[in-house]
Design a protein around this ligand. Structure first.
Ligand code: SF4
Ligand code: SF4
Length: 131
């Protein structure tokens, strides 16, 4: 009998919890139709603009994810290996000219290894073309 009463109590508690949440605003989103409101300091995919090629970001990256190639003092290639990056934000924090930034792009999943090598110089050039 005690066992039976205990199970009724547990059932009522469960139903109470369900009813309590029935009229509350849903916390789930219908992704990808609905996108989340990202926090102000969210760190997502990188953008690069105005890089002077000093190499500081490369040195402070704890994952050794950044590769910079220069020719004649000009940056010719700036690649971030997204397989290694942990979005710590060090590159952005230490960049003396604010060239590298972690943006709000969070949809970075891919099944292609090649796409995980993020070449930011190409991105910049195409962005600059649009301006
Ligand atoms: S966010 Fe951190 S891990 Fe990613 S490239 Fe920048 S310094 Fe490296
Ligand atoms: S992104 Fe900033 S820290 Fe990195 S090489 Fe360019 S200027 Fe230097």
């Amino acid at each position: 009998m005690i066992k039976f009463l205990k199970s009724i109590k547990a059932l009522l508690e469960g139903m109470f919890t369900v009813f309590k949440h029935l009229f509350k605003k849903s916390v789930t989103l219908q992704y990808p139709e609905e996108l989340p409101n990202l926090p102000e300091r969210f760190r997502g995919g990188h953008t690069l603009k105005g890089c002077i090629g000093c190499g500081i970001c490369q040195q402070v990256c704890p994952c050794n994810a950044i590769t910079i190639k220069k020719s004649g003092g000009k940056v010719t290639s700036y690649t971030i290996n997204m397989r290694k990056c942990m979005f710590c934000g060090n590159c952005q924090y230490y960049c003396p000219v604010g060239a590298i930034k972690l943006g709000t792009d969070f949809e970075l999943a891919t099944d292609s290894n090649k796409e995980l090598l993020n070449e930011l110089i190409e991105t910049n050039e195409s962005e600059a073309d649009k301006e």
